[in-house]
Design a protein around this ligand. Structure first.
Ligand code: DC
Length: 223
């Protein structure tokens, strides 16, 4: 079959990257985590030791070199040659990433890069605007979500495992604020594409969600 192109979108904390990474490995696709690219820009903006203004972010995005590598089912992220895979997941980066992702010049540069990466063969890309904007011709489009309570619980367990002292209520409020910012921004807001299939993972295990994605891709391959 020709290359398989899979687009997975959905709100914060829905488990997209966990599910997408595992499904990509089983399907033999390259996984492209587009959220990591906006996080990379946010991380570099924080390194400047200045107030993070829109102007600073746009200036940084102009020259930044972001490289995603997907090897053996794991993604690494490098900014200007430095591995920042862990650093882009801190609460400080998360707090400003919606601001970064709302800026037109940043999105233009990242979307160009994402489309270039998608030319390399079979890919599974996740984000907020993949089915609607980055890869509108994807063979499979999935909108992966879960209830806000469940998403907050998952993020809570993840942050605790990393050793961060967090409050569940605070996390839920942060996620709700990020969903609002991502869904209401002017450029490429988070929205389910009309031709995307809804996958609500609130009551699913990771394995079940991965299997649901694979089943959907296999039925596409058989067409
Ligand atoms: O999925 P994530 O939490 O790593 O995404 C980080 C932020 O980037 C999130 O606030 C939404 C934004 N984003 C986006 O606007 N478009 C994408 N394709 C991917 C992420």
């Amino acid at each position: 079959m020709k290359n398989l192109v899979v687009a997975i979108d959905g709100p914060a904390g829905a488990g997209k990257s966990t599910v997408a990474q595992l499904a990509a490995k089983k399907l033999g696709c390259t996984y492209i985590d587009t959220g990591a690219m906006y996080r990379a820009v946010a991380w570099k903006a924080l390194q400047q030791g200045q107030p993070v203004t829109d102007e600073l972010i746009v200036e940084i995005a102009r020259d930044i070199q972001v490289v995603l590598r997907y090897i053996d089912g794991k993604t690494t992220v490098a900014v200007d040659g430095v591995d920042v895979t862990g650093e882009i997941r801190t609460p400080e980066v998360t707090a400003i990433v919606s601001q970064v992702a709302a800026l037109g010049p940043v999105r233009t540069k990242m979307v160009d890069l994402q489309r270039q990466m998608a030319e390399s063969g079979s890919v599974l890309m996740d984000g907020r605007d993949i089915a609607t904007s980055v890869l509108p011709d994807a063979n499979v489009k999935i909108f992966l979500t879960a209830s806000i309570e469940e998403r907050a619980r998952r993020r809570y367990r993840e942050m605790q495992a990393k050793g961060y002292a967090v409050e569940l209520e605070e996390l839920q409020a942060d996620i709700a604020a990020r969903d609002k910012a991502d869904s209401e921004r002017k450029i490429s807001p988070l929205v389910q594409a009309p031709d995307a299939e809804l996958l609500d993972t609130s009551c699913m295990s990771i394995d079940e969600a991965v299997q649901a994605v694979i089943d959907r891709c296999n039925s596409e391959k058989r067409r």
